[in-house]
Design a protein around this ligand. Structure first.
Ligand code: 13P
Length: 248
């Protein structure tokens, strides 16, 4: 089973969502691909009603604290009340714009696991780190710190390898580098988590579109994709899903 996660970021409106849902339902979905979209909080329940049968609905963030005086934040219990299936954590936009740290990300993952919600942890190097040949070091540090001392059902964690320089830029890592870095992540997961590490799905994200999806994703190393811009249209999103189909 391959995974296709969309990340709508701070996009869409009710009328665009209605159009997306109408078009999504018209498509024939491949049976061996699991579709999921991380949507803005206000649209969770609306989309659950519209798409629940064929597409899991998740969110893009959660607070690192359980409850209390955190104006503007959303707690893991609130996500549970909504019946959210998964939550992105550590996206590079949150790390860079909102100065989120690995320590906070670690707390978020622990809270999500306790609430039985799948954490989708994003990791990846910046252009500067790529140029300095530091990709593996960065990935290792992010995984070590974000996955430190976790309790609970850790095998439900999903990792998304998203090179920061490939996000929203139209540039992608080469298929060879994507596989090399995902193999490195998988090996490191086994090192730090033992047998549990073997169960963890690792996706690729960064400028995935129908034109490059087959080459980047249709192999046994990459377990799926996390797609930003191309997930805003039902046709392109499902088209990417079709190209993931048929591998395992
Ligand atoms: P793009 O697919 O728009 O490059 O975004 C990737 C991303 O950030 C998904 O989380």
């Amino acid at each position: 089973m391959k995974y296709l996660f969309g990340n709508w970021k701070m996009n869409q409106t009710i009328s665009l969502i209605d159009e997306f849902s109408k078009n999504f339902k018209k498509q024939k979905l491949p049976k061996d691909v699991k579709f999921a979209i991380a949507v803005p909080f206000p649209y969770v329940q609306y989309l659950q009603k519209k798409l629940r049968k064929n597409c899991e609905i998740g969110v893009q963030n959660v607070c690192f604290a359980e409850k209390g005086a955190y104006t503007g934040e959303i707690s893991v219990n609130m996500l549970n009340d909504l019946g959210v299936n998964f939550c992105l954590v550590g996206h590079s936009e949150r790390r860079q714009i909102f100065k989120e740290t690995n320590e906070q990300i670690n707390k978020k993952i622990q809270l999500l696991l306790s609430a039985n919600i799948t954490p989708v942890l994003c990791v990846g190097e910046t252009l500067k780190e790529l140029k300095a040949n530091k990709t593996e070091e960065v990935l290792k540090n992010q995984l070590n710190q974000c996955l430190l001392n976790l309790q609970g059902d850790t095998n439900k964690i999903v990792i998304a390898y998203e090179p920061v320089w490939a996000i929203g830029t139209g540039k992608t890592a080469t298929a060879k580098d994507v596989q090399k870095n995902i193999k490195f992540i998988k090996k490191h997961l086994i090192k730090i988590m033992g047998n549990t590490g073997k169960c963890i799905k690792v996706l690729y994200g960064g400028s995935v579109k129908p034109e490059n999806a087959f080459e980047l994703l249709n192999n046994e190393t990459v377990d799926g994709a996390l797609v930003g811009g191309a997930s805003l249209s039902a046709e392109t999103f499902v088209n990417i899903g079709k190209q993931l189909s048929g591998v395992n």
